[in-house]
Design a binder for this molecule. Structure first.
Ligand code: SAM
Length: 265
């Protein structure tokens, strides 16, 4: 990183030893959040996702949607504009501030709630037709207890026939075959260079390089697809369909992202 570009993240002396669920709050600093959102082109992201999520929700007649990993608000805004009644939640206050600003600049007042997934139902009231947890967010949970607790909280926030839509990077390929740079991060466009700085079975530390020379990192847990599906089943979801890059059929190693659509009934 060039000397005059400040990185406001703090991973301590040994960054690859930071494997902590609570650390996401330190990782999404104002610096990273601003930079990220300046560079991510919402229109091209919308184009690459198409109407996949909207169609899955409409198929089920969903109306009330809880976006539990709102980040800077991309999906909340998309879903509001598609006519859904959306509550915008995230554990990070920095993210929610940015999401609110982004919503306002597009003519919407987002209903934001700061809520950590592990205690979601303390802060979120009522039941939803759908919970969405998108943009490779679930990867921030570093131990199985937290993952089970978060999934159980998502389950409890849903109506009896609700659906959870949760996506993740294809870590199986990275763990088993290494990272190929031809695999683009589907919402980054060409402005951000993304690659793993360190990968083992317990950590995928990704580096994000921006055109001004600044670098930021995220420490994430490399979730295997079959493992996530198993946890969802064990928490009570009855039917889990997993798509690869929004397609129903795919070669296991090909997709960058998996999208799990988990129904309660
Ligand atoms: N969904 C957004 C998107 O696609 O642009 C943001 C994705 S960002 C990779 C992950 C988000 O998950 C961050 O906004 C972070 O604050 C949130 N997050 C991570 N762990 C969380 C937790 N335990 N509880 C609530 N939010 C969490």
């Amino acid at each position: 990183m060039s000397a005059n570009v400040k990185n406001d993240q703090d991973f301590g002396e040994k960054p690859t030893e930071t494997r902590d669920t609570d650390h996401y709050l330190e990782e999404y600093t104002t610096g990273f959040v601003d930079k990220w959102d300046d560079l991510i082109d919402w229109d091209s992201r919308a184009k690459s996702e198409g109407t996949f999520f909207i169609e899955e929700l409409k198929k089920r007649g969903a109306k009330r949607v809880l976006d539990v990993a709102a980040g800077t608000g991309f999906h909340s805004v998309q879903l509001i504009e598609a006519g859904f009644d959306v509550v915008t939640a995230d554990g990070s206050p920095e993210m929610l501030v940015k999401a609110f600003e982004n919503g306002r600049s597009r003519g919407h007042i987002l209903r934001t709630v700061q809520a950590d997934w592990r205690m979601l139902n303390r802060d979120i009231h009522g039941h939803y037709d759908a919970v969405v947890c998108l943009g490779n967010s679930f990867t921030h949970l570093f131990n199985e207890h937290d993952r089970r607790k978060a999934l159980a909280e998502f389950y409890a926030a849903l109506r009896h026939d609700g659906v959870l839509i949760l996506d993740q990077r294809n870590y199986d390929t990275i763990l088993d075959h290494g990272y190929s740079s031809k695999h683009t991060y589907y919402y980054c466009g060409d402005n951000v260079q993304v690659e793993p700085a360190h990968v083992d079975e317990g950590l995928a530390r990704f580096q994000y390089r921006f055109p001004d020379g600044s670098e930021y990192f995220l420490n994430m847990f490399p979730l295997r697809k079959a493992y996530v599906r198993r946890l969802m089943r064990e928490v009570g979801f009855q039917k889990i369909d997993t798509y690869g890059d929004f397609q129903e059929t795919y070669r296991e190693a090909d997709p960058d992202f998996f999208i799990h659509v988990a129904d309660k009934t």
